[in-house]
Design a protein around this ligand. Sequence first.
Ligand SMILES: NC(=O)C1=CN([C@@H]2O[C@H](COP(=O)(O)OP(=O)(O)OC[C@H]3O[C@@H](n4cnc5c(N)ncnc54)[C@H](OP(=O)(O)O)[C@@H]3O)[C@@H](O)[C@H]2O)C=CC1
Ligand SMILES: O=C(O)[C@@H]1CCC=N1
Length: 288
Amino acid sequence: MSSQLKESKIAFIGGGNMAAAIIGGLTVTGIAKQNIVVSEPWAVNRDKMAAQGLRVTTSNADAARDAHLVILAVKPQVAQGVCRELADAWSSSSSSPLVISIAAGITLASLQAWFKPTGQEGAAAPPHIVRVMPNTPALVGEGASGLFAANDVSGAERELATALVRSVSKAVEWVDREELIDVVTGLSGSGPAYFFAMVEHLVESATKLGLTREQATRLATQTCLGAGKMLVESPEEPAQLRKNVTSPNGTTAAALDSFEASGFAGIVDKAVNAATTRGEELGRTLGQ
Ligand SMILES: NC(=O)C1=CN([C@@H]2O[C@H](COP(=O)(O)OP(=O)(O)OC[C@H]3O[C@@H](n4cnc5c(N)ncnc54)[C@H](OP(=O)(O)O)[C@@H]3O)[C@@H](O)[C@H]2O)C=CC1
Ligand SMILES: O=C(O)[C@@H]1CCC=N1
């Protein structure tokens, strides 16, 4: 792990699902809990974080004031208010941290405008910002994340962001246009839910056909894990792995033909487009 990351004080603004996933991954990889502070208004989430030995607060300003890295992990709908609050907190300090925003859709232009210093003499310059789109498998160190940095982000800051993301993600992809973060959102940010939904449907079908729910769940989840592991570890392309399962005129062909007859490729294409478009829309409607 990078020594820069190990020595950084990290503040999470928002202690919900995604913050919990990233923090879970970070602590497993050896980031000291005393270097993490979580600001979270909801007592239930705060207590969960405190129970893990993390420092918690209800004050975003207190959490962020001395941090080297601030992870903006609130819903897009509250991002503007939170950024303005943080800008106020930094207006009386001489340095500002690197901000990592994971808020879906919220653009760098919006974040930069909301973080503008409030005009006090000697106030810190606005923070440098990296947008990251992680996903919840970060919790088990199996995340997939996309990143995009503002122009003013230095090489060292990029390395710090990469180190943070890499400590909870196996796939780490910098993209070269900001719009592509919305595509990453539609693919891997939301993606775990697509696989969970698939497993839910598989379990429903097999239960209707006679397996117990428990048996069906064990078989479906292990199939998902096994297929995922093969996708990662095998040198073969996904299409070849699919063909290896598909005996001519066999059972798999019957299922895949059924998928195709129901327009599977089109269904997936529409879904990824819907998520990507929703990201763009969030950015437009909630942003500058
Ligand atoms: N969940 C996912 O899989 C992914 C989420 N993201 C992004 O991560 C961000 C967080 O999502 P997620 O973790 O799912 O959402 P959650 O609602 O689980 O977490 C957000 C947390 O922020 C808290 N909060 C609300 N207002 C404030 C405030 N003013 N200051 C500090 N904290 C506040 C919320 O408290 P309360 O409940 O009381 O409102 C909540 O606990 C979103 O922007 C989302 O787009 C990105 C990738 C994947
Ligand atoms: O559903 C959402 O908006 C967030 C962003 C990606 C995953 N969850």
